[in-house]
Design a protein around this ligand. Structure first.
Ligand SMILES: [Zn+2]
Length: 159
């Protein structure tokens, strides 16, 4: 069985999610990103927010990239957005995903107006991905820790 395609004989026609339960992701959170990864373990996509701008920013860091203010807080995001750009990887460039090609990596514009990179599960057909595709985050167990991954939003689920 192709691990990215999962069990293509499922009858419910729901997107087939590829399991990553046996993949060891080499993730060592930077000090500024510990709260983000703690949120992922809880099933929450936490974004750093600037207290002065009253807006989120990405990636996590000690000071707001817009104004330099260090009054930041963490706010959960619904994790909804649209695909800004994507790459379908056929060549296994990283060891921990060598058995999972082809896989899709996407830049996602979250509804909060921050751009985040992540895996996008469009199995069983990676070519179904397109710019502007509505996506939502999910939290996927791996052998090391949960990771955030995006999947297409159902048809009719508009922002
Ligand atoms: Zn700011």
């Amino acid at each position: 069985m192709n691990p990215i395609a999962g069990d293509a004989t499922r009858s419910d026609q729901a997107p087939v999610s590829a399991t990553l339960a046996d993949v060891e992701f080499p993730i060592s959170p930077a000090p500024d990103a510990v709260e983000f990864w703690d949120g992922v373990e809880r099933g929450e996509l936490m974004l750093p927010w600037c207290g002065a701008c009253e807006a989120p920013f990405w990636y996590p860091r000690t000071a707001c990239p817009r104004c330099g203010d260090r009054t930041t807080d963490w706010v959960p995001s619904p994790g909804r957005g649209t695909v800004h750009a994507f790459c379908i990887t056929h060549q296994p460039l990283v060891a921990h995903l060598r058995d999972r090609v082809p896989y899709v990596t996407a830049l996602v514009d979250l509804d909060e107006d921050v751009r985040m990179m992540g895996l996008l599960d469009v199995a069983p057909d990676p070519s179904a991905v397109h710019v502007g595709m509505g996506v939502v985050v999910e939290f996927v167990p791996t052998a090391t820790r949960k990771i955030p991954r995006f999947r297409p939003r159902p048809e009719g689920d508009r922002p």
